[in-house]
Design a protein around this ligand. Structure first.
Ligand code: FAD
Length: 381
């Protein structure tokens, strides 16, 4: 198998590297860590100006399918603030896959221009893994749907122009079947957003929906077909668009610091760095496969789960090992004198555990792999 990139894809990668070098400044990275908002509008717009956002959206990209992986791999390796962009492009892929022509015309241009973000309202305070049990309801009232309820962990709700919202539309149907997904503007009356700051630095949100009224143009997919719409979204989220190469900047930061303080000659440190480098390579190959499937029009539900479990657990192992090796310096944060790798060791140790939770926990993804790949019995109904 020849994994080398074609000359055209290498050009594409080089252009992305140039855009990152021109637009992502140390001050932007600092702002991301201070505010917890992992988004950089100037970067999104610069990528859009080159047509790269459209090229990286599943179902829209006309280039080599490996480009989806190349783009997110480069952005992640640079440690750029891309969570907002990743979710926006995932949902652009969902609109392209299950949306109406009218929705595609109305919603996609703002996302593909790098102007609009999207947030995802699936989880509720009591229903994360068991998201099929959500209680936020949408009730028919004449030509309108009236939405009432509350969501938890609505990341980017404070920045997003669009929201996709999972609701219960038929309480009498089995729980997976009575759900409908909506896509609506965040400035629709009745929506409230409150910040939730996490140990991982990332700011997320709690959101409330009080007599929110939308028409049929907001239904994304089929009425009572919300589970399928969410399955498409998860197949783009897990192991496809970012979140699986976070070990690369961590290793780079640690390696530079280890050389500075002179521990890079210690065989135990070298062995750990080699192990992390191998894990990073495996994560990159697994991501390449999931991203390729998504970019070629498929759904990487199973492969994405495999990628996410491996990559996020490897990242967590690496962060823990480097923090242990750094000793007290690994507990110091950004801007504290003597902090290991300028604070990145401490940051990654806090950030890594959360990556095994969002987008579906490791246990839920393991269940998915067990059931779909190993054909083991279902763990839950
Ligand atoms: C920083 C952050 C950002 C997020 N962003 C978003 C977002 O933008 N939109 C959104 O909708 N959600 C978002 N989430 C929510 C995320 O998807 C949920 O946190 C996740 O699905 C877990 O749900 P929970 O927190 O309710 O935990 P629970 O479901 O209560 O799980 C608790 C523990 O029990 C385990 N468990 C639960 N069920 C099973 C089972 N059947 N088998 C084995 N183990 C099980 C879990 O693995 C976990 O270890 C975000 C979460 C975080 C932390």
């Amino acid at each position: 198998m020849d994994f080398s990139l074609s000359p055209a894809v290498r050009d594409f990668r080089d252009t992305i590297r140039r855009i990152v070098a021109d637009t992502v400044t140390p001050a932007d990275i600092d702002r991301m860590h201070t505010t917890g908002t992992f988004d950089l509008p100037a970067l999104n717009r610069a990528l859009a100006e080159h047509g790269f956002l459209e090229r990286a959206t599943p179902g829209l990209g006309k280039g080599d399918p490996v480009e989806l992986w190349v783009m997110f791999n480069e952005l992640e390796k640079a440690g750029a603030p891309i969570d907002g962009l990743a979710v926006a492009l995932m949902i652009a892929g969902v609109v392209q896959a299950v949306g109406t022509e009218e929705q595609k015309e109305r919603i996609l241009p703002s996302i593909l221009a790098g102007e609009a973000l999207v947030c995802m309202g699936y989880s509720e305070a009591d229903y994360g893994s068991d998201v099929a049990s959500i209680t936020t309801k949408a009730v028919r009232d004449g030509d309108e749907w009236v939405i009432d309820g509350a969501k938890m962990w609505t990341t980017m709700a404070h920045e997003a122009r669009w929201l996709i919202l999972l609701t219960r539309t038929d309480p009498d149907l089995p729980k997976h079947k009575g759900l409908t997904m909506f896509i609506l503007p965040m400035d629709t009356p009745g929506i409230t957003v409150e910040p939730v700051h996490t140990m991982a630095t990332e700011r997320t949100n709690a959101t409330w929906y009080d007599d929110v009224r939308v028409g049929d143009e907001a239904v994304l997919g089929e009425v009572n077909g919300g589970w399928r719409t969410m399955t498409v979204a998860l197949s783009f989220e897990r192991g496809v668009m970012g979140g699986t190469n976070t070990g690369v900047p961590l290793l780079r930061h640690f390696r530079h610091w280890a050389a500075e303080v002179g521990i890079d000659t210690d065989p135990r440190v070298r062995e750990e760095m080699a192990r992390v480098a191998i894990d990073n390579q495996v994560a990159a190959l697994l991501t390449q496969r999931s991203a390729w499937i998504a970019a070629s029009g498929g759904q990487a539900g199973l492969e994405g789960s495999m990628t996410k479990v491996f990559a996020t657990e490897a990242y967590q192992r690496a962060a823990e090992a480097f923090q242990r090796m750094a000793g007290p310096a690994g507990l110091l944060q950004f801007h504290q004198p003597g902090a290991a790798a300028d604070g990145f060791v401490e940051y990654d140790a806090r950030h890594a555990p959360v990556t095994t939770i969002y987008g579906g926990t490791t246990e839920i993804n393991r269940n998915n792999i067990a059931e779909r790949h190993l054909k083991l019995p279902r763990a839950r109904r």
